[in-house]
Design a protein around this ligand. Structure first.
Ligand code: DC
Length: 225
């Protein structure tokens, strides 16, 4: 039996996870947030007291890592590190930068490749990340490159942080986003870029409902539901 897949790539804060989760719900597919997997590796590296930018410190940890993914009764993806539910811990601020650093290490990407592909071998999936359409699932039925202007993404991120009761400053958030974009786009291996056969969806100036509608119609053009 062959399963269907939707690959959604794009920069941080473009709304990928919210939209991908909604889309997966509409289609009845499993939602796989691959950023969460990279974040879990980053957390393990920080907890081990190692430097996430140092390949020589990160690579020796990989073999001993016990990372699992599961789904709660609410259908939301959860990440486990050595059996501990770290779904909340991986969302804390220092993890974003560390995840970006470890994701530039080729051995980390190799290590996670099969973990991600396995999900698509076993389920219909909507998978989001940076290299899903280009590297992880080059044969995906639908590929979407989801983006928005950095300022629009920073505004959304600020709102998210405020809703969680965390203080944040617009300029700092914007700078973080730009730095992460630069790193993700310029790394040597699997950089963030639009696959040639991906449809571009720019959500600058669109609200969530409008973005969702556009996404769903792009997907329906390619996949018979
Ligand atoms: O989507 P996110 O912010 O949770 O991802 C965290 C980091 O992980 C991001 O800076 C880049 C990296 N990442 C990646 O390199 N490839 C993926 N498929 C997903 C995430």
């Amino acid at each position: 039996m062959s399963f269907r897949s939707v690959a959604i790539d794009g920069p941080a804060g473009a709304g990928k996870s919210t939209l991908a989760r909604r889309l997966a719900g509409e289609l009845g597919f499993l939602y796989v947030d691959t950023g969460a997997i990279y974040r879990t590796v980053a957390l393990a590296v920080l907890r081990a007291g190692e430097d996430p930018s140092r390949e020589d410190q990160v690579v020796p940890l990989l073999d001993g890592l016990d990372i699992r993914m599961g789904y709660g009764s609410d259908g939301v993806q959860r990440m486990y590190l050595s059996g501990e539910d770290v779904s909340a811990a991986i969302r804390e601020h220092p993890i974003s930068g560390a995840a970006s650093q470890i994701s530039a290490i080729p051995a980390v990407r190799d290590f996670l490749l099969d973990f991600q592909r396995k999900q698509a071998r076993e389920h219909d999936v909507v998978m989001d990340g940076r290299d899903i359409g280009t590297v992880v699932l080059p044969g995906a039925d639908v590929k979407i490159f989801l983006t928005a202007a950095p300022e629009a993404r920073a505004k959304r991120r600020l709102l998210e942080l405020e809703q969680r009761g965390q203080e944040a400053d617009f300029d700092r958030v914007l700078q973080d986003i730009k730095e992460r974009d630069w790193k993700d786009e310029h790394r040597d291996i699997a950089p963030l870029k639009q696959a040639e056969d991906a449809a571009l969806l720019d959500t600058t100036g669109l609200n969530l409902e409008q973005s969702c509608d556009r996404l769903l119609s792009l997907v329906k053009e390619k996949i018979a539901l």
